[in-house]
Design a protein around this ligand. Structure first.
Ligand code: CO
Length: 443
């Protein structure tokens, strides 16, 4: 397994990726850069695909979801897929955002995106990133934007004005979470600032998708550097590990598919989410472009495997009783396989066993997560994606604390474990049923 130095390098690269990915649009832009460096060619959904054996490609939808793949040969056996999500809970800026307060302040009107922990967003420097859509001579065009400086703050109320706040506080999103933008004279300044940051004329901005993000950079901490803490570990830690494993893989029998989907945090029900046709469309077009028929496509699906990779809960040091009594995942103790009898997670005995065999082949540790039987857990993209394209699927993630905070904590060794498992999955495994028996073959 990796030495200490290798773990450090991986963590540094992960923290850089997180730092440069304040929104799903930026995460996709950064992945594109990494893929293009590795000679992956961009495909457009709106053009015909001519694909070649041995080559690698990627395609985006809405600039916020991305699927990359490599085709080892025309008569490939199936698809080996790892799917993760590009979005994280955040505050999104509404149109006509400026609200002047008694001529002395300007604050911004925002709404919640996803199921966030509210408290961590207060009393820290925030900035704005996302995309703007501008008028051009020929129509409209999108531009990425990141203001990239300490700009906003959502101040708490002093304890003197709410003495009982530490007994529990219910955040009102329309009242408590609006960020302070400037003094009274900053009125009319917000869109101008966004236009400058995007390099466009303010008057050309027709619409925006803009989010607040935490300015605190990621870091390694703990007595022995055991932990990493950073914004958006859920789920960019899995996104990063999936892409690194994908780029290192050498697929021989199956098409390797690195799939990153947006809008998991709001139920996946968008054109670019897990409940859309995006993955299905891409798999079908790969099959068609390689000159294969419908039956060969269905045979390939039956010989495929999908890993739905979304971060998992580690046992909490201050609340250990929130975990299941017999299944106790901890940070740095490996990839977490998630189970739920109600199939909120797709894992069953077969997909769980297949993934365990992938981990064993890769030489990385794994552990198991169940919710307490008296607690409802979260859900993720695996079972939603399966309603669009049905594949043998396992739900996994890396163990972390403070999920959906704007600053989360995870293990400093686990990213490397998932990279190794992803590389093994993408390189080698052929899965499928034959002779009434489910088989996995590593090449
Ligand atoms: Co997630």
């Amino acid at each position: 397994m990796e030495n200490k130095r290798a773990f450090e390098e991986i963590n540094q690269e992960l923290l850089d990726f997180l730092d440069h990915s304040p929104t799903s649009f930026h995460a996709v832009a950064n992945m594109r850069e990494m893929l293009e460096k590795a000679d992956y060619q961009r495909l457009q959904e709106g053009a015909a695909w001519k694909l070649q054996e041995g080559a690698g490609y990627y395609v985006t939808r809405n600039d916020s979801s991305l699927i990359a793949f490599r085709i080892p040969r025309r008569d490939f056996a199936g698809f080996q897929i790892m799917a993760s999500h590009s979005d994280s809970p955040a505050l999104k800026i509404k149109a006509n955002a400026e609200i002047q307060v008694e001529k002395h302040y300007v604050k911004l009107n925002v709404e919640k995106y996803g199921g966030m922990l509210c408290a961590p967003w207060l009393d820290r420097p925030l900035s704005v990133a996302g995309r703007v859509v501008v008028r051009t001579k020929k129509g409209v065009a999108t531009r990425l934007v990141n203001v990239d400086r300490d700009l906003l703050i959502i101040p708490n109320l002093a304890i003197h004005m709410n003495r009982r706040v530490n007994e529990g506080y219910e955040f009102n999103a329309q009242k408590d979470l609006l960020p302070l933008f400037g003094g009274g004279e900053s009125k009319e300044g917000f869109l101008k600032l966004i236009g400058e940051a995007a390099g466009v004329e303010t008057g050309d901005i027709l619409d925006t998708d803009l989010f607040l993000y935490n300015r605190m950079k990621g870091t390694v901490l703990g007595m022995n550097g055991e932990f990493i803490a950073a914004p958006r570990l859920d789920d960019l830690q899995c996104v990063f590990a999936s892409l690194k494993g994908f780029l290192a893989a050498k697929p021989k029998d199956s098409v390797a598919v690195h799939c990153v989907l947006d809008n998991e945090e709001v139920g996946s029900g968008t054109k670019q989410g897990a409940d859309s046709t995006f993955l299905r469309d891409v798999l079908r077009r790969i099959n068609t472009a390689m000159g294969r028929n419908e039956e060969e496509y269905l045979m390939a699906l039956a010989s495929s495997f999908m890993v739905s990779a979304d971060n998992a809960h580690s046992i909490h040091p201050n609340q250990p009783d929130k975990g299941d009594p017999t299944n106790r995942p901890f940070m740095n103790e490996g990839i977490v396989i998630k189970y739920s009898a109600n199939q909120k997670y797709t894992t069953d005995a077969i997909s769980g066993a297949v993934f365990k065999s992938v981990c064993e082949e890769a030489g990385v540790p794994y552990q198991v997560f169940f919710n307490r039987s008296d607690m409802l857990g979260g859900s993720t993209l695996g079972n939603i994606s399966n309603s669009q394209v049905a594949l043998n699927t396992v739900d996994i993630g890396l163990p972390q604390l403070a999920m959906h905070s704007c600053y989360e904590t995870a293990g400093s060794r686990d990213t490397a474990y998932l990279i190794r498992a992803a590389q093994t999955l993408y390189s080698a495994a052929v899965c499928g049923s034959g002779d009434g028996e489910y088989r996995v073959i590593f090449s």
